[in-house]
Design a protein around this ligand. Structure first.
Ligand code: GDP
Length: 319
């Protein structure tokens, strides 16, 4: 079983690659819910939605979020009614938020609602939220504390970031199946997602980091930082705010206590050589995913590194 920890942009592209090269039954995706928000009285989970849509073949590749070919009549009408419209919700996307909210209001957990929506959309992989409890990513800026979506979508991540915290994390528990999946995995992959606000909230749920340390499976991260900058979004600013260098070494540092293998971009060959000296296994590959083939090739390369290593290891193991 291949377990992936992910956010919803770089992570969704990577999951798109994986779904092209392995059978969906082999995939368990553990998803960040720190960005979840209440929008028009509905429970919206941006990263769960992106991962569900990508696995259902429904994600809009042009936008990178929402359903492909969606319309925005409701959004337009809400605007005319004087309601906030800075968080854009398409009409078909809206149906998913309505159903999720309906399931939650009937007493289902977020895990149950997620599995039910995924099944209805024909997804055969397993999608799990990191937790059924509310863990909220809060971004401290000079104008005050913002939710992640206020910081990212409403204010275009223009505010300087002083710190980031995960409200509710200390009391949260991993969703059912999360720790078991990590412990039983043949490999655990950290998608090229934001280490602070996508992977960070998952690691903040008590028990998940410990499972990553304890699992027999190799834990492999794909870098979201290429040539010292984030491929997209505010990852660099957020890493710096958390005291991490904005570099390949910073990614390694974020995961230092459980990471076995780091996949660096070929542009970072020199930084990769330096990191190898610290004992980390680092491999270089083209990690920029512009096309469908780029995504599939990266997924194939990552898996061949992992399985190639384990074969080499088995061959040298006299037992
Ligand atoms: P979020 O939930 O929208 O924040 O999405 P993620 O955390 O999953 O993805 C954001 C991260 O993906 C950023 O740090 C980007 O640098 C990284 N990213 C986006 N596209 C690519 C890509 O094609 N290759 C790599 N290596 N990283 C990417």
């Amino acid at each position: 079983m291949i377990v992936v920890l992910t956010g919803g942009t770089g992570g969704a592209k990577f999951v798109d690659g994986l779904r092209q090269v392995v059978s969906p039954q082999e995939l368990t995706i553990i998803v960040n819910t720190g960005d979840d928000l209440e929008w028009w009285s509905l429970y919206v989970s941006p990263d769960l939605d992106s991962i569900t849509y990508v696995l259902a073949g429904l994600l809009s590749k042009e936008r990178g979020w929402g359903v492909k070919g969606d319309t925005f009549f409701c959004l337009q009408a809400m605007g005319q009614l004087g309601q906030p419209i800075w968080f854009q919700v398409g009409d078909r996307d809206l149906a998913v938020h309505l159903l999720r909210t309906r399931l939650l209001s009937k007493g289902k957990t977020l895990t149950e609602a997620t599995l039910e929506i995924a099944a209805k959309l024909g997804v055969q992989a397993t999608i799990l939220p990191m937790s059924d409890s509310r863990v909220e990513t809060r971004v401290m800026t000079p104008i005050g504390e913002l939710s992640f979506e206020e910081y990212f979508v409403q204010r275009w991540y223009q505010d300087p970031v002083e710190s980031v915290r995960f409200a509710g994390a200390a009391e949260a528990q991993p969703a059912p199946g999360v720790v078991d999946a990590i412990m039983a995995a043949s490999v655990v992959l950290l998608a090229p997602s934001n280490p602070v606000t996508s992977i960070g909230p998952i690691l903040a749920v008590p028990g998940i980091r410990e499972a990553l340390k304890q699992t027999q499976a190799p834990v492999v991260a794909v870098t979201p930082i290429v040539a010292g900058v984030a491929v997209s979004g505010p990852t660099g600013v957020l890493m710096a705010a958390q005291g991490l260098p904005v570099s390949l070494a910073g990614v390694a540092q974020a995961y230092h206590d459980f990471l076995d293998i780091l996949i660096a971009d070929t542009q970072d060959a020199r930084a990769a050589e330096e990191l190898k000296r610290s004992g980390l296994r680092v491999y270089c590959a083209p990690t920029l995913m512009r096309t469908s083939d780029d995504k599939a090739n990266l997924a194939r390369t990552v898996l061949s590194v992992v399985y190639g290593e384990s074969k080499a290891h088995n061959a040298s193991d006299p037992s």
